[in-house]
Ligand binder design. Structure first.
Ligand code: ZN
Length: 115
């Protein structure tokens, strides 16, 4: 970002030089003007690149699911993954049979495959 600020200063400076030398030396003014335009162009491009970088750094939240199963009955539930979930984690008594304790049997990513 520091380069962008420096380039903006250069762009304004050369633009000012171009305007002041336009009456005396048109060729030199054109050269200054070109430098100014190129500097502005570079800044715009770098800003776009930074924005795309932010977009890549913050993708859509991952859809991770946890499979909860009861070892006694056929009870099976798929819930959203929560931080702290792991395979074989005990989740308390089964709500269906009340005999065995529910546990997480699998964790998987559910969503469109990217890249
Ligand atoms: Zn059960």
């Amino acid at each position: 970002m520091l380069i962008s600020i420096v380039l903006i200063i250069i762009a304004f400076y050369t633009l000012n030089l171009a305007l002041s030398t336009f009456s005396s030396d048109v060729t030199l003014a054109t050269l200054y003007f070109t430098v100014a335009v190129l500097s502005f162009g570079f800044v715009v491009l770098s800003v776009f690149r930074v924005r795309r970088g932010y977009a890549l750094a913050n993708p859509a939240p991952l859809k991770v699911m946890s499979i909860v199963k009861c070892p006694q009955c056929s009870f099976k539930q798929i819930k959203n993954f929560a931080v702290g979930d792991f395979v074989f984690k005990k989740l308390g008594m089964c709500t269906q049979c009340g005999v065995a304790s529910l546990s997480i049997t699998g964790i998987y990513y559910d969503g469109p495959t990217r890249r």
